[in-house]
Design a binder for this molecule. Structure first.
Ligand SMILES: *Cc1c(COP(=O)(O)O)cnc(C)c1O
Length: 391
């Protein structure tokens, strides 16, 4: 008999009932150190007092009115996002995959309105992840996500990650946009080198192509800058945001320049819940923290500390670990042992990590993790690695 919960997930046998900072308490009382942060979502940790305050204040005042009316929290968050980024305008969604839907629609509508209805192609890369909607799975294109779900949304051109020649060859008059994660998350924490992001920007400028960054996982201070692409010095035309921006409350956004958004006129897109007062009140509180230069400096300091300690950990377990990669507090350990075994051994040591493709385990701790918790994390990962090696 089918479970009452649709069985699309193989869930680990833990039930968390409370969270505080970097810690999750299991129903049986065990406390786990959370290096997954709900897949890079709980950017300020669990139950951050400022976020609890923002949410409960709003919950006591007003939950929902719809986009038929003005929503001041939404306006305030759009103002904060545009103040701190390349963007001139923002549309709020409830998730990353909905942001992908709009990014794709926006790029195609832009060219349609410019008198180029033939420009519908969107270039994407192997190992990418853009969500589980029909556009999201067509964009990623992997068999794992698309098999059985056809006919797929057409127009996506899938290239090998890092294949510059294939990229140049794929660019023609039918291409509307290039869609890329500045740091691939699900694909195994694979950063796109700054030089390549610059090259992409040049290529797009040269051929009149829109550049779309998916910063759903790597954005919102995760890499030590507010958005990951800032390290490269270039900006996209359109950007997808979600995960960290809500700090645990479902919230996403599409940010765009005035030019790129020019096709999205009255009535061309909408959402019942998108940008609701609860999500946007929390989003404002998140933004107030992650845009603070002192906060970002701390993320960078702790990221350097964690990376240095991980190098030591890897050197101590050459049979289990291969290398560390990533940016800021978006770190991946490429494993020699099977990544799922390492994640599972971590559960026994009460530390949570997240598997990714390419036999990687992801470390995406709350950005508020303390130095002492980083030390604690290393002892737990050390014990987990010893257990895997002994097995
Ligand atoms: C998680 C993720 C998405 C999808 O976001 P959802 O909120 O799960 O729909 C899209 N792109 C990237 C890079 C992601 O990591």
């Amino acid at each position: 008999m089918i479970p009452t919960l649709l069985p699309t997930y193989a869930r680990a046998p833990m039930t968390f009932v409370k969270g505080e900072g970097s810690w999750l308490t299991e129903a049986d009382g065990r406390r786990f150190l959370d290096l997954g942060a709900g897949i890079a979502v709980n950017a300020l940790g669990h139950a951050h007092p400022a976020l609890v305050q923002a949410l409960t204040d709003q919950a006591g005042a007003l939950w929902h009115t719809s986009n038929l009316y003005r929503i001041p929290q939404q306006q305030a968050l759009a103002d904060k996002l545009t103040e701190h980024t390349f963007a001139d305008t923002v549309f709020f969604t409830n998730s990353g995959t909905e942001a992908c839907e709009l990014a794709v629609k926006m790029a195609r509508k832009y060219w349609y309105d410019k008198g180029h209805p033939e420009k519908t192609g969107i270039i994407t890369f192997s190992g990418s992840f853009h969500g589980r909607s029909s556009a999201g799975i067509a964009a990623a294109g992997s068999e794992k996500m698309t098999k059985g779900f056809g006919p797929l949304l057409p127009g996506f051109v899938h290239l090998e990650f890092g294949d510059h020649d294939a990229l140049t060859a794929a660019v023609d008059d039918t291409i509307a946009a290039i869609l890329i994660e500045p740091v691939q998350g699900e694909g195994g924490i694979r950063p796109v080198p700054d030089q390549c992001l610059k090259g992409l920007r040049d290529l797009c400028d040269e051929h009149g192509i829109l550049l779309i960054f998916d910063e759903v996982q790597c954005g919102v201070a995760r890499t030590g800058r507010l958005f990951a692409h800032e390290w490269s010095g270039i900006t996209p035309d359109i950007m997808m945001v979600a995960k960290g921006i809500g700090g645990g409350f479902p919230l996403g956004a599409v940010l765009a320049t005035e030019e790129a958004a020019s096709g999205m006129t009255l009535g061309t897109h909408g959402s019942t819940y998108g940008g609701n007062p609860l999500g946007c009140a929390v989003g404002c509180a998140v933004m107030d923290h992650v845009t603070d230069p002192d906060f970002l400096a701390e993320v960078n300091r702790k990221a350097a500390l964690m990376r240095q300690k991980l190098e030591g950990l890897i050197a101590a377990h050459p049979d289990v670990f291969d290398s560390v990669r990533g940016s800021g507090l978006m770190l991946g350990i490429k494993c020699r042992a099977t990544n799922a075994d390492v994640v599972k051994a971590g559960y026994d040591e009460l530390v949570l990590t997240v598997p990714a493709a390419d036999n990687v385990i992801r470390l995406l701790p709350p950005l508020t993790i303390t130095d002492a918790e980083i030390d604690d994390a290393m002892s737990r990962l050390d014990a987990a690695a010893s257990a895997v090696a002994a097995a």
